[in-house]
Ligand binder design. Structure first.
Ligand SMILES: [Zn+2]
Length: 242
């Protein structure tokens, strides 16, 4: 049987003498792993269309076991990302987390569209490390949300009162923010700044492409990264922050 997918190449791994296994996030089937047979031969035409951080139409032959790639057409090359070390590092960070967090063949059109949009936005950035950082963190919060981990950042997860601008805490085990009175009831928590809370609200309420307008200091980005790391560890069931 021949199948066609719209997919984003997350990563590739050499196997055997001349083959590769590709991990691809597809619109039609979520994350899949497929075989590129002979793609490492010197005259193989397929490999160029299957670089990581490429969106392509991918044709697969599949009967039993892993599908084999029979052809591909590039839809998005994202050449600017590939040429910029900072951008490519951030994109690979996202891809690595997704590869671990998301199970194979769980279709999620919204996650696919988020990824597609993320690559388009990142491809338009250059030398804007902080902005690329915010977009990347924003994307991860949106993906967690999409996966069903909606973080409570409006009211205290314990007393349910609206959060005030005070010394609040974040507890992923409780699913969100604890107020200055209630944090004492939870052992596993980290401080969270009011600015971080505000930014997470913005991430969850706005389209990814609009996050490009956001500004945050390097210090605030680092703080958000800590909160995100807590959330990813919890969801991934192990230490997966990178
Ligand atoms: Zn409270």
């Amino acid at each position: 049987m021949e199948y066609k997918y719209n997919g984003i190449i997350l990563n590739k791994k050499d196997v055997g003498e001349v083959d590769r296994i590709y991990t691809i996030y597809t619109l039609e089937a979520g994350k899949i792993r497929v075989l590129g047979k002979g793609v490492r031969k010197p005259n193989a035409k397929l490999a160029g269309n299957l670089e990581s951080v490429t969106q392509a139409e991918i044709f697969l032959a599949k009967s039993r076991g892993m599908g084999k790639i029979t052809g591909s057409i590039v839809i998005g090359n994202f050449a600017n990302i590939k040429a910029d070390l900072d951008l490519v590092n951030k994109v690979f960070y996202v891809f690595k987390i997704l590869a671990r967090l998301i199970s194979d063949e769980e279709k999620d059109e919204n996650i696919f569209r988020l990824l597609e949009k993320y690559l388009a936005v990142m491809d338009g950035l250059s030398g804007e490390e902080d902005r690329a950082g915010i977009i990347t963190i924003g994307l991860m919060f949106k993906i967690l949300d999409e996966m069903g981990y909606r973080l409570e950042v409006e009211k205290c997860v314990y007393c349910e009162k609206k959060l005030l601008l005070e010394k609040n805490y974040f507890s992923i085990a409780r699913g969100g923010v604890l107020c200055a009175k209630c944090f004492q009831f939870e052992n596993k928590k980290i401080p969270v700044s009011n600015e971080s809370i505000k930014l997470i609200r913005i991430f969850l309420q706005n389209k990814l492409e609009n996050l490009i307008k956001l500004r945050a200091s390097r210090q605030e980005i680092n703080r958000l990264q800590v909160v995100l790391g807590e959330a990813l560890d919890w969801v991934g069931g192990s230490n997966i922050r990178l």
